[in-house]
Design a protein around this ligand. Structure first.
Ligand code: SAH
Length: 354
């Protein structure tokens, strides 16, 4: 067992099985052994590859999206550009480079804030963002006042979820129990929930994600601004167990190595959008990532880069763009949701609300 596994086993032995969200929270952010405190999640040498690591075009287009939003906000003189979970700092570096070229006045107006709990990643971000003087935060709660633009790529999927399982007698909390030296899934205490579903169905609910979406939306409503949330998940809410663990670019057993593997679930964008609206913002999308990037002009940007590329570089770029937009790759599974304050027009990449 991993050191965190032993700690969790001792807790279960003394206090009983752990709800899934508590298990996830310990695995991901335990102060000493949590996955996001210690491991190197992103990149070829990490456990998984993310969109900004696939091509510079991803961060560039998001930078231009932010520039357009700033412009339609009335070009405020000072604006916070906030990234939640910036990984290696690649997205922000690519975004700032594009912003400097295309929207220098926005570049002058913006202050970069990074929400990150991993000290090794903070160092990489510092390196990637030299000359930018970013300000780091442990969470989103303590931001200075003022208009803001928030970016989160593959951040919400790493916040814990609860799972409910439908038993013959009704819904129960799904928990992690201990069988000798092995963890296993089990049903815990009954939970009242009105949803109808077949016996054995699993439902995921995400209070931690909803609380964050609500906090961001309240800030946007009060101080103006927009947020762009990109993650994998369905267009409409549904049932099902989407908990998965990834280590070294392979799927592994979520219970086998607490603290050493990334644990995530799909993001229920419809639920987050509904919560955000109750806090007084407009929501746009979710739209599939492939469509969003094409609307932002990914093909034109790729064509420009191709002009200066060697045949080998051109092939690699074509391959990377395919990974970002093709339906069978990241183009359909990944979705993009925007939150904007009520004065903002429709942001680039989204459809007018029906
Ligand atoms: N956005 C990056 C990285 C995604 S991985 C990319 O697209 O490449 C998730 C990121 O969120 C990592 O930087 C991780 O360290 C950070 N993170 C995870 N949980 C966090 C938490 N609870 N608070 C702050 N940062 C967190």
């Amino acid at each position: 067992m991993t050191p965190l596994g032993r700690e969790i086993a001792a807790r279960i032995a003394s206090a009983g099985p752990l709800p899934i969200d508590e298990f996830m929270r310990l695995c991901l952010s335990h102060p000493e052994h949590g996955y996001y405190r210690k491991q190197m999640p992103v990149g070829a040498a990490g456990d998984f590859i993310t969109a900004p690591e696939i091509s510079q075009v991803f961060g560039e287009l998001i930078g231009l999206w932010a520039a357009e939003v700033w412009s339609t906000m009335g070009r405020p003189e000072a604006v916070h550009l906030v990234e939640l979970g910036p990984g290696r700092g690649t997205l922000m570096a690519d975004a700032l480079r594009a912003i400097s070229k295309v929207a220098p006045a926005f570049r002058t107006a913006l202050y970069v804030h990074l929400v990150e709990i991993n000290p090794a990643l903070r160092q990489l971000q510092d390196k990637a963002l030299r000359n930018t003087a970013p300000e780091w935060h442990d969470d989103f709660a303590s931001f200075p006042d003022g208009p803001l633009i928030v970016i989160a790529n593959e951040f919400f999927d790493a916040l814990p979820v609860r799972q409910l399982v439908r038993n013959p007698g009704g819904w129960c909390e799904r928990v992690v129990a201990l069988d000798g030296e092995q963890f296993r899934f089990a049903s815990g205490a009954p939970v009242s929930h009105a949803a109808e579903a077949a016996i054995g169905s699993i439902m995921e609910i995400a209070p931690a994600r909803e609380a964050l979406a609500h906090t961001i939306a309240q800030r946007l409503a009060a101080q103006r601004g927009a947020a762009l949330l990109i993650d994998y998940g369905p267009l409409v809410s549904g049932l099902g167990d989407t908990l998965q663990a990834v280590r070294d670019h392979k799927k592994v057993d979520p219970l086998a190595e607490p603290g050493l593997a990334d644990l995530t679930t799909h993001v229920d964008f419809a639920a987050l959008a509904a919560i955000a609206r109750t806090a007084g913002v407009q929501t746009h999308g979710p739209v599939p990532q492939g469509i969003f990037l094409q609307r932002l002009g990914i093909m034109a940007r790729a064509a420009t880069l191709m002009q200066k590329a060697t045949p080998q570089q051109a092939a690699a770029l074509g391959n990377a763009i395919g990974r970002l937009i093709e339906p069978e790759q990241m183009g359909t599974l990944f979705k993009v949701l925007a939150l904007t304050d009520r004065l903002q027009p429709l942001p680039p990449g989204f459809d007018p609300s029906p």
